[in-house]
Design a protein around this ligand. Sequence first.
Ligand SMILES: Cc1cc2nc3c(=O)[nH]c(=O)nc-3n(C[C@H](O)[C@H](O)[C@H](O)COP(=O)(O)OP(=O)(O)OC[C@H]3O[C@@H](n4cnc5c(N)ncnc54)[C@H](O)[C@@H]3O)c2cc1C
Length: 292
Amino acid sequence: MTLRVTCVSAGIASLSAAVALRKHVSSIILLEAAGNIEQMDVRAAGLTLLPCGTKVLQKFGVDPIRDVQAVRVQSILELDWKDGFLRRETGPLPPTCFTAHLGALFDALVKKATGADDDGHGSPPAQLFLGKKVVDVDVASGKVTTEDGSMYESDLVIGGDGVRSTIRRAIVKEAIVQPSGLSVYRWTMRPSDWAHLPQYAKARIDDLVGPENNHANVIDAGEKRIVTYGCHESGLVTGALLFSDYEAPRTTEDWASAGSLAHPLLHHSALLQLEYLWERVYGEGSQVVVGK
Ligand SMILES: Cc1cc2nc3c(=O)[nH]c(=O)nc-3n(C[C@H](O)[C@H](O)[C@H](O)COP(=O)(O)OP(=O)(O)OC[C@H]3O[C@@H](n4cnc5c(N)ncnc54)[C@H](O)[C@@H]3O)c2cc1C
């Protein structure tokens, strides 16, 4: 079929659309605002791949373990905020539940979308253009204009440009984004980041998120929550501390903004009350709590 497609962005949504469509269309281009795909802020996070997401990836020919180095997550442990003891375990989870690193997932999808055709359809690879922030789209003609003045014409425009989508605004005139009222500190850390700690601290961290541990941990205190899990076969661990915007020094709608380790530790003394979980570890090196 002769159909030219423009995907606005190279986020997960656009990349997935490009992978799904490439064998059905004559050309696909992806216009991504970020200048460098290796340094996109969004990469430095973990992602839970639930059965529906896994099924889609498998349909794309992307195997979570082989291609994304994902970790099979067996259960979710809910731990008490005050003492770190197990409150509840949900599981075993279906065998198609994984945790993954967003960067690894990105790379696998970019390869599938822009790499050589590997399913014998002879479909042309999608072309990825970086540093192309879309500023306007003419919905009727399919013309897309980028900040640098370039114009791209196609038969179908797919808006994968996130929560503040330019495309959505152009189509449905709706631009309201409702803040959740929550901010989040996110981190990733490698086993080498806690290798210098005393044995008892290492053992506890290994117990929670070490390479042999395939659980997602949720430490909940109602208005605050810490989520941690291993997200890559290399042992990389991801975590997030969610808390109310009211407690944040400043908030933005970006994936990344300046923050400091002092803030979550200062304002979340509850972190330090996690005797079993964090207290001693914190005493040895706060980077273990908030990572890099
Ligand atoms: C802190 C945080 C933690 C999260 N944790 C999880 C999790 O653990 N599990 C999970 O499943 N989900 C999680 N999510 C949600 C998940 O990241 C999003 O649902 C997912 O990234 C949405 O993908 P997307 O492709 O629609 O948009 P995005 O990932 O937002 O990608 C949008 C892309 O569009 C580009 N772009 C924006 N505007 C333009 C423009 N005008 N022109 C060109 N390009 C543009 C951006 O640069 C970006 O690359 C988290 C989100 C956040 C913020």
